[in-house]
Design a protein around this ligand. Structure first.
Ligand SMILES: NC(=O)c1ccc[n+]([C@@H]2O[C@H](COP(=O)([O-])OP(=O)(O)OC[C@H]3O[C@@H](n4cnc5c(N)ncnc54)[C@H](OP(=O)(O)O)[C@@H]3O)[C@@H](O)[C@H]2O)c1
Length: 273
């Protein structure tokens, strides 16, 4: 049987990198994308060394024309896309009024627009074949929207709502949609959110290893589910938001003061003046 093709966005680091490796180990031909070509080349070398098939398609997912080029290039290369993992995304720690508009605009384009656009680009092919899976990486931040990353969290709330609604819309077809909501994961995410270079020392990294999220993504292929939390106990997040939203309103400052303020202070020196 022909091997299935997975397209993984945001594969140059963190969750996307680990997911591409896990899917390749699971027998997929893996198309990886991100902006940093040198990272994709390194990932490719690691995957090919294991005997699996992979190909890199660098793209800036903030740009609609890059998304179209990306999907066309993967189809030219392997003729099909069976699995789309919409993982690329980034955050920013800061008050909403102070985020430079070009950064906010790019966040909306990568975290929301690219998810919708890439989904629309692969969906007709999947529906025609009556099989396929779209897995979107959102976050528990989509359930617990607290400062100082309100805009980021709201983008993830969108991804949760879009994924769950689309899965409902596609019931009765062979196409499944799942949304994965990780808690904190040890990746470059916090450095980028704090305004540091992704290549800066990893002092802000905390949480579970990205491989744990990748393992859950792979498990969704064997046993498709509408939503998954990683680790599982973050599944309490929507209930906490519903039942204790009033308490979050009063108590988020504790989180802000003890966890996020130091994170922002570490980020400050490298920020442009
Ligand atoms: N880490 C966490 O605590 C956490 C928790 C919950 C959810 N998440 C979500 O998990 C996903 C992966 O994040 P991560 O933790 O693995 O962070 P990461 O290590 O910073 O990876 C982010 C990935 O997104 C790519 N990306 C960013 N902007 C892009 C653009 N304009 N075009 C193409 N690719 C772009 C980056 O590649 P280039 O820079 O090379 O383009 C990188 O590969 C994100 O959607 C994030 O919101 C993370």
């Amino acid at each position: 049987m022909e091997r299935q093709v997975a397209l993984v966005t945001g594969a140059s680091s963190g969750i996307g990198w680990a997911t591409a490796r896990a899917l390749a180990a699971g027998g997929f031909r893996v198309a990886v994308t991100a902006r940093r070509q040198h990272r994709l080349d390194r990932l490719l070398a690691e995957i090919v060394e294991t005997g699996a098939e992979a190909a890199a398609f660098p793209a800036d997912l903030g740009r609609p024309e890059d998304r179209e080029r990306l999907v066309a290039a993967v189809r030219r290369h392997w003729g099909r896309i069976d699995l789309l993992v919409n993982n690329a995304g980034f955050g920013h720690y800061g008050p909403t009024a102070e985020i430079p508009w070009d950064l906010a605009d790019r966040m909306l384009a990568v975290n929301i627009e690219a998810v919708v656009h890439l989904t629309r680009l692969v969906l007709p092919e999947m529906l025609a074949r009556n099989s396929g899976h779209i897995i979107n990486v959102a976050s528990v931040a989509g359930d617990l929207v607290v400062p100082p990353s309100v805009l980021y969290s709201a983008t993830k709330a969108f991804v949760q709502a879009f994924s769950e609604g689309l899965d409902r819309e596609l019931r009765g077809t062979g196409v499944r949609v799942s949304v994965v909501n990780p808690g904190p994961v040890r990746t470059e995410f916090a450095r980028v959110s704090a305004g540091l270079s992704a290549e800066a020392p990893a002092e802000l990294e905390q949480g579970i290893p990205p491989e744990q999220v990748a393992a859950v993504i792979v498990s969704l292929l064997r046993r498709p589910r509408k939503r998954a939390y990683v680790p599982w106990y973050w599944g309490a997040a929507p209930w906490v938001a519903l039942l204790f939203g009033w308490a979050i309103d009063r108590l988020f400052w504790v989180w802000e003061r003890y966890r996020l303020k130091p994170v922002r202070e570490i980020g400050r020196p490298e920020r442009p003046a």
